[in-house]
Write a protein that binds this ligand. Structure first.
Ligand SMILES: Cc1ncc(COP(=O)(O)O)c(C=O)c1O
Length: 490
């Protein structure tokens, strides 16, 4: 039996390359022989020799358990899942899979309103009709936190035909939901809970971190392994819990539906290696990063006007716990916007943030990086950026963004609105029409409009005002909101 210190899939790739077989199959670079020198320089001869197609005997077909199967079983054991699937199109693919799987149970679903765009795309793919639940809004930071169990309960009562619910935890900013409470509510209504844990692949590996969703009985968990745990970009996993409310065969079928028939062995191999690292050294690596981040938080707090989010956030509405591996910087005290500070960091210090908003900037740390060295650069850059900000950039009357008005009535499914007949109209003529695209004004980034919803004057005014106050619009085909795509109703 393979152990967590093994890498069965990677070993099978290596054994294949070492044998130097006649490669009369794709990819056409033939293990690197036919590759452009720039490609050889980029990936390395070794990497190219390991780039093999799916259905290669001795790797993912042949005697059972194949190395492919064994390696995914190790991943399931490492994360505590009944079964784990590797994904090559990110956690985005995981969300597609999750909603397609729920679509096997019926037609209605409860979904967190500010779900990742891949969840909205998955509503379009699956044809599910959503009942949206608002996350809790932070009135000071102007960011969205998590969905509460009470809000989920209300939505499930309102939607007795719902066949499942999807929530996000942790958020981009490190807020962790009361997943135990959410699972309890979902199960009391007899439906599975899907947790988009894209930002939480590391949670299983240190006791000081909030516990991961699978430990509370979540039914399906989407995990973006590349984000923090360190596999190659685009590689991710989906984990099936023990609840038995979602069939394993259904998930398997949905993974195949949204996967290339040529998944990358390099992405898969990187998942095998990242799993080994997390399972065998995760605690030690996270420990080091946590200590370094505690020092980094102290150093950032010493910069005039800067503060950091931390476990003090726990207990705020929609925040059950806080992920200390996330560094979210509250810039309000500088009276300079996060957008402006991020621009200065980039232009003057070549320091790039993961996310910048009006009040908060987010820096991502990987599980195993040298966080102390990385932080020195970040702290020096932040100090420089704050000192260099001119008086003109310091907006003494910080703009107050009003909370968004209620979203419009859903008159058709997102799928019907996205795929049905549509036209582009001037924004002023769009009131009363049904949107066929999404509009999300930042801050706080909760979609104001999703495909299938009736557009209201109040919402369009709100978006216009947010843009006029320096906010931005995501999802729209015209980001200045001069025009938008609407459904042609017969
Ligand atoms: C909550 C959430 N879910 C899913 C995704 C998609 O992840 P990926 O980029 O791995 O497809 C993201 C990406 O940022 C995310 O923030």
């Amino acid at each position: 039996m393979a152990r967590q210190s093994d890498t069965p899939y990677l070993d099978a790739l290596r054994a294949y390359a070492a044998r130097n077989p006649g490669r009369f199959h794709v990819p056409g670079h033939k293990g690197g022989l036919g590759a452009d020198p720039a490609l050889v320089e980029m990936v390395g001869e070794r990497g190219l020799s390991l780039d093999v197609p799916a259905l290669t005997y001795g790797i993912d077909v042949g005697d059972e358990p194949t190395p492919f199967r064994e390696a995914q079983e190790l991943a399931a054991a490492a994360w505590g899942a009944r079964r784990t699937w590797w994904l090559v199109n990110g956690a985005s693919q995981g969300n597609h899979v999750a909603l397609l799987a729920l679509g096997h149970r019926g037609h209605r679903v409860v979904t967190q309103r500010n779900a990742h765009s891949s969840t909205i795309d998955a509503l379009i793919m699956s044809g599910l009709r959503p009942t949206f639940v608002s996350p809790e809004l932070d009135p000071e930071l102007h960011i969205a936190h998590c969905m509460t169990p009470d809000a989920l309960d209300r939505a499930l009562r309102e939607t007795p035909e719902a066949v499942g619910a999807t929530v996000v935890s942790p958020t981009y900013f490190g807020a962790v939901a009361d997943v135990e409470g959410l699972v309890e509510v979902a199960h009391s209504h007899g439906v599975p809970l899907v947790v988009d844990e894209a930002w939480g692949a590391h949670l299983a590996f240190h006791e000081e971190l909030p516990a991961p969703a699978l430990t509370f009985g979540a039914d399906l968990v989407v995990s973006s392994t590349h984000k923090v745990v360190g596999s190659l970009t685009q590689s991710a996993m989906i984990h099936l819990g023990d609840g038995g409310l979602i069939e394993e065969e259904v998930v398997d079928r949905c993974v195949t539906l949204v996967e290339s028939t040529s998944p990358s062995s390099l992405l898969f191999g990187s998942l095998d290696a990242a799993r080994r690292s997390a399972a065998t050294r995760g605690r030690e690596l996270v420990d080091e990063t946590l200590r370094a981040l505690a020092r980094t938080r102290d150093a950032i707090r010493e910069i005039p006007g800067l503060d950091v989010l931390d476990e003090r956030l726990a207990g705020a509405p929609g925040v059950f716990a806080y992920d200390p591996l996330r560094l979210a910087i509250d810039v309000r005290g500088t009276r300079v916007s996060g957008y402006e500070l991020a621009r200065r960091l980039r232009e003057d210090h070549d320091v790039l943030m993961e996310l910048a908003g009006e009040n908060v900037m987010v820096a991502v740390y990987g599980m195993g990086e040298d966080a102390t060295a990385a932080s020195e650069r970040l702290v020096a850059g932040l100090r420089g950026a704050v000192e260099a900000a001119s008086e003109a950039e310091r907006d003494t009357d910080a703009v107050q963004f009003a909370p968004p008005p209620p979203w419009g009535e859903l008159v058709m499914t997102p799928r019907e609105a996205f795929l049905g007949p549509q036209e582009v109209v001037a924004a002023r003529d769009a009131v009363g029409r049904v949107a066929s695209e999404s509009l999300a004004a930042y801050p706080p980034g909760i979609p104001n409009v999703l495909p299938g919803e009736r557009l209201t004057a109040e919402t369009l005014d709100y978006i216009e005002q947010t843009i006029a106050h320096g906010g931005s619009l995501r999802g729209a085909s015209d980001r200045a909101l001069r025009t938008l795509r609407v459904v042609v109703e017969s």
